[in-house]
Design a protein around this ligand. Sequence first.
Ligand SMILES: Nc1nc2c(ncn2[C@@H]2O[C@H](COP(=O)(O)OP(=O)(O)O)[C@@H](O)[C@H]2O)c(=O)[nH]1
Ligand SMILES: [Mg+2]
Length: 247
Amino acid sequence: MADRAPDVSIVIPVYNEEGILREAVTELRKSLAVVREDLGAPDLAFEIILAENGSRDRTVDLARGLADEMPDVRTFSLGEPNYGKALRHGILLARGELVICDEIDLCDTDFYRRALALLRARGCDLVVGSKAMRGARDQRPVLRRVATRVINGMLRVSLDFHGTDTHGLKAFRRAVVEPLVHQCVIDKDLFASELVIRAGRADLSIIEIPVRLEEKRPAAINLFKRVPGVMRGLAKLTWVIRFGGQP
Ligand SMILES: Nc1nc2c(ncn2[C@@H]2O[C@H](COP(=O)(O)OP(=O)(O)O)[C@@H](O)[C@H]2O)c(=O)[nH]1
Ligand SMILES: [Mg+2]
């Protein structure tokens, strides 16, 4: 059993999360038992990849401790803070046929259950958890909800994006999405958006499902501090995708 490749890899970028890391991972592993049961797949094997970079608190030590203690947890640490780079590296390390991208303040196993049911029934290649579509319930502060819609609006106008969300929860068939990960050129916050946009343009079969978003703690980085980087990322993304230019 120890050497068996996992069926599903859960990739979670983590940055300065000493306050919730151990509890979140412990809870997540417990909830996975319920997911297996709900899916009628008692043998479904998961791995959890904690993709860290740049933390200045005890996150790295804690993540390593968890990985030593728990056979299904792996971690790596990459240097300067960079959400997209960590997520990308985590996806490329994933061994499961299916991959779930989550966030440590969400660990939304209800999304896992619904997304895995769709993927296992071969209903699609990529499931995007949307905070903004009909049926979603986003309990973040109003400014953050508005920011999500503004970014989506910009992606629609500049890149002809047809969905309602690109950031956050995702699940996909690794063999189909991995080649797109290699094509992505944007890191930081907008890597996930580039991946979803490339998936749409590559005609992958994508299903958005509504999620209920309840964060275990407020976002660590101030929204306004993220604006310049996101705007630069959007400009670069538009240039690269629309005009095929090199960054
Ligand atoms: N590796 C890594 N993870 C990050 C970074 N910034 C945020 N994260 C993680 O990404 C997830 C979402 O971050 P959060 O602060 O809640 O921002 P949100 O996406 O706007 O809600 C959490 O698991 C964070 O620990 C980063 O620079 N590097
Ligand atoms: Mg969050």
